[in-house]
Design a protein around this ligand. Sequence first.
Ligand code: SF4
Length: 646
Amino acid sequence: MDYCEEEMYIKTDPYFFPFDELRYGQKKFIFAINDALENKKDLLVHAPTGIGKTAASIASCLKFAIEKDKKLFFLTTRNTHHRIAIETLCLIKKKKQLNNLVVLDLVGKKHLCKQTGLGLFGDNFNYHCSLLKKTKQCLFYKNTYNNMHELTQDAKIFTNKLLENIYSSQEVKEMCNAFCPYEIQTSVAKYANVIIADYFHLFDKDVFDSCFGKSGIKKQDIILIADEAHNLNSRIKSIYSIKFSSKFLKNIIEICLKLKDNYLANIFEKLYFALLTEADLMQKANRNTCEFKINKGFLINIIENTAGCDICEFKILVEKLGQLEMQKNENSQYLINFAEFIDKWKIDADGFLYYAVLEKNKEMFFEYKKECIDPGLFAKDIFSKIYCSILMSATLTPFDMHISTLGMNKDNCACLKLKSPFPKKNRTIIIANNITTKYAERNNKLYQTIADYIMSIKKSTNGNIAVFFPSYEFMNNCLYYIENLEERNFCLLTEQQNMTKHQKEHIYNLFKKSSYIHPFSILAAVVGANFSEGVDFPGDIVKAVCVVGIPFEKKTIETDATIDYYNKKFNYNGWNYAYIFPAINRTIQAAGRCIRSEKDIGAIILLDNRYLMSKYRTLLPKDWDDANIVSSNYKIEEHLKKFFRR
Ligand code: SF4
């Protein structure tokens, strides 16, 4: 069922709504949620920034959850959204005097750990935590649980204190002087009305069981709010995908030698060369491409032939040495990881692509991967079990794509599409009709033309501009013409590949700072990387956002396999679902950095004439229909000057 904005009968009961007035769109949103809750439906909501999705969704679902004794899971991948959800719930608790409201804010276990240094162990963290618990070396754990695995008296008192107020996970960590914050938090889960967590806390079966198994939370009692739900598909994919590389095997060989197990070192060395030789042969047979499909049995056969024994026997040998590895060096778990990899590789499941990668640079590099290409197979199980779900995002269209690829039951889904609440006059949309970034058209002349466009946008915008490119290579080709300008009196901040969190924050802060001072900055970044999603540029931080080209996914063996797979499964919709729709949604996400509140004024510029073709244009937001079409950088300059002078 689609909720038609014009015809909908508005009947809302925003009892827990914490603000005095409902914003534009919130009434419809709350109505649709109430309907979904009453009728046990899943609801997909496409709601642009500014609707107030968090407050509207939490307020309606919380009322229902309390009345019907359900658990509300608010899942988000962003720290800022954890904070917004907590602030909203604090407000509701205070305004509506919900003294018994219990909220649990959960993050990954390693971020909650009190053991110094343990949080740094990445993939090895869980093992070290288990080891410390088992050997009774973790004092925090010992203070939390007694030998009967019940909360100690002190931990009970502490937990009861936590139930009185709403605390962020960070606050709980700081308050836990003597206890393990993770264990305390998960023991709160059974009392919680609301659990704020990440997608993996629900969609990764192992994590769900370990966090909530002991609290007895039943899936059928869960009301799910998935924030930024357009990311759900890719996040579930990454939960279930596995790989190992030549570098990883080299580390294993080194570990075996260090542990003086020459027998296993020898096998792994042979395995390294066998896998390299096979990858090389496949590359030659596949016209020197870097990636090639394999079948599941291929890797198992090579391992068995090299080891001279059955895969299960080999795994036991590896595990045994793995125990020693971890005892000798708490920061190393390569062998256990390899044993786990074998287990996961062996599992029979549909919707996976098995493939190998070989790159011949200075050093040979290979990878063997089992990539999940159908996250719907896992998500389906969750959606069919939980009470109901509210999926919301500023880019959740076409709904059919999300319903299909997430394995949801179409007959039980309702959809709501809301318009942007911000005044149209505060923004201008421009599409350039004289360029395209199609592969066949890429040359120095195009890069120069794009650089000219960027400089014209810069000249005519009284503030920072952000330019998003389809790839790093493309970006660098265009920036060459900007970096070599004779008179360059502005700061050019360029996103680099594989930036650390710290470097990213540094660039963001420089960009923010420069928004107050003439001559302002240009942020050059790549769509889908660090700055085009999940980063807010509120107020005047950015005045114009320019998206260069259509950010299609690089054509890889995985993209091709997903297209084929979806073609078969979804009635020839593979190309749309795996290639075209996600690219346009990335454009909309990047463009969305520009206007974050009703007071923001800014320009959105799309540099590619394919946005004017109906197959792409119809995928852009409906209220972008007033886009201005320009045929040169001079025209854009004229238009922007006029717009910003108003
Ligand atoms: S039990 Fe808690 S404090 Fe101890 S190592 Fe594990 S997560 Fe850290």
